[in-house]
Design a protein around this ligand. Structure first.
Ligand SMILES: [Fe+2]
Ligand SMILES: [Fe+2]
Length: 471
């Protein structure tokens, strides 16, 4: 594996210089990308210097360099983990045969669809978050937002490289369209629902990086097992970057909760909103919204597409090689709960057809770890409240539970019942208005908005009063 070449226009460790046609095509796409970044990326901070990390290696220890850079000068590039020449397809009908280094003709359409669907989420999230810096609660948080943004931009580069390198003209067209769709645009929306939801406040942003970026983690884990080796290798390095995004979400919500606890202990008889903090019930409603929306991203519970992807060796389970003995998944079933005549009934479906549900379950378990972390903050402050994840059936728009109504525990309820509880279960108009009212910028080193506690420590060994963004 070539080390990272930072001399050429497009930093890469794939020896881009050896393939002039590909290099030219990507160098043509590069200014289009920068135009998109200027138009749809973080607005108005292009000339500021941000303390960002940039990939300088794909080794898990010490892969990043930290320094102040202007975002348009960020070195977006193409980084794949090293090839293992002996790698075999780890699962499905072709398990044990050599991994593909080129696209297998019979799976070209499916592979392209998987890559484009993943790719589309990357620029989408940048678009969703583009106005947030204006109301950042601190320079530390603003910097974290920008770090997430530039890395989602890099993830787009990662996927576009695969499209250009392996899918010919079709791939180049797809790469162009990735810069043409727009989050939330009714005429040219992004592909997946959650990526068209507005992220208007920092509470939404922290929920998004906690729950929606975590969907990204599990999609990448499943694709990191792919028999199409270049996809597996690119996803593995994306996962290294992704971890920070979820850190931002989990600790961000944790700091909001900590601040609320402090206010509750100082003013035990008042509602925290009287003192500029976010009530715990309100935070729970935002969690309910973002978890249920992100839970949809796994697709239908029973899916022949998912079965085909698995059979073909294109998309596996998370930790397929490490976690499972049987990689054919032809035996055994998976239990799914269906609503029949108003009652939940268990039904066993063939395991391959339940691969979306398998991945969704792993995701929900991982979410629970974040909830446990937040509940420890409540315990530490002696507050008698506990956060919980909504049941997977709650508020769903894709799959078996679409058009049906369930409470937070997953029990079926009537539409009237659901509507009557809406403002207890999901963010109300008043919640949104209140959270929005707190979104006033705090852009001074070492200072924090009143609704959020400072982090336990700064980034990369820097202090809390470090100039994370030079305004
Ligand atoms: Fe990403
Ligand atoms: Fe991410």
């Amino acid at each position: 594996m070539a080390s990272i070449d930072y001399e050429s226009k497009i930093p890469n460790n794939v020896d881009l210089a050896a393939d002039k046609r590909l290099q030219r095509a990507l160098e043509k796409w590069q200014p289009e990308y920068l135009r998109w970044w200027q138009e749809m990326g973080p607005s108005d901070f292009a000339d500021r210097e941000i303390y960002l990390r940039t990939a300088v290696s794909v080794e898990s220890d010490g892969w990043a360099h930290f320094g102040h850079v202007r975002m348009p000068d960020y070195r977006w590039g193409i980084f794949l983990e090293p090839t293992d020449a002996d790698r075999r397809i780890p699962f499905g009908d072709n398990a044990g045969t050599p991994a593909w280094q080129e696209v297998p003709g019979e799976f070209r359409t499916e592979l392209r669809r998987l890559i484009v669907t993943q790719a589309d989420t990357e620029p989408a999230s940048v678009e969703q978050q583009r106005l947030l810096a204006h109301t950042a609660p601190s320079l530390y948080d603003m910097r974290n937002l920008f770090q997430v943004n530039v890395e989602e931009g890099r993830h787009l580069w990662a996927m576009v490289y695969l499209l250009h390198r392996y899918f010919g003209k079709d791939g180049r067209n797809e790469a162009d369209e990735l810069l043409e769709r727009r989050s939330g645009n009714p005429d040219r929306p992004r592909i997946l629902g959650t990526f068209n939801e507005p992220i208007q406040t920092w509470l939404d942003f922290f929920c998004f990086t906690m729950f929606t970026d975590r969907d990204g983690k599990f999609q990448l884990l499943a694709l990191a097992e792919s028999g199409f080796d270049p996809l597996a290798r690119t996803c593995r390095f994306m996962l290294t970057e992704e971890a920070h995004h979820m850190f931002v979400g989990q600790t961000g919500i944790g700091r909001v909760i900590q601040r609320t606890c402090e206010v509750m202990n100082e003013f035990p008889d008042a509602d925290p909103s009287e003192h500029g903090a976010m009530p715990l019930e309100l935070i729970q409603r935002y969690i309910n919204f973002w978890v249920s929306s992100s839970t949809d991203l796994y697709g239908a519970e029973v899916s022949s597409n998912a079965a085909n992807y698995f059979a073909a060796g294109l998309k596996g389970r998370a930790y397929e090689e490490k976690k499972y003995q049987d990689h054919s998944a032809l035996e055994g079933g998976y239990t799914i709960e269906k609503l029949v005549d108003g009652k939940l009934v268990s039904e066993e479906v063939p395991l391959r057809n339940a691969m979306n549900e398998v991945l969704r379950s792993d995701y929900l378990d991982d979410n629970q770890k974040g909830v446990d972390y937040w509940n420890k903050i409540l315990v530490r402050h002696g507050i008698d409240f506990r956060f919980r994840l909504p049941n997977r059936r709650f508020n769903r728009s894709i799959g078996l539970y679409t058009g049906l109504y369930f409470d937070l525990e997953g029990a079926p309820v009537s539409k009237a019942d659901f509507d009557a509880h809406h403002d207890q279960w999901l963010p109300s108009a008043a919640d949104r208005e209140y959270v929005q009212s707190l979104m006033v910028p705090c852009h001074q080193s070492g200072k924090w908005a009143g609704w959020i506690a400072p982090p336990a420590k700064g980034l990369n060994g820097q202090g809390l009063d470090f100039e994370y963004v030079r305004l």
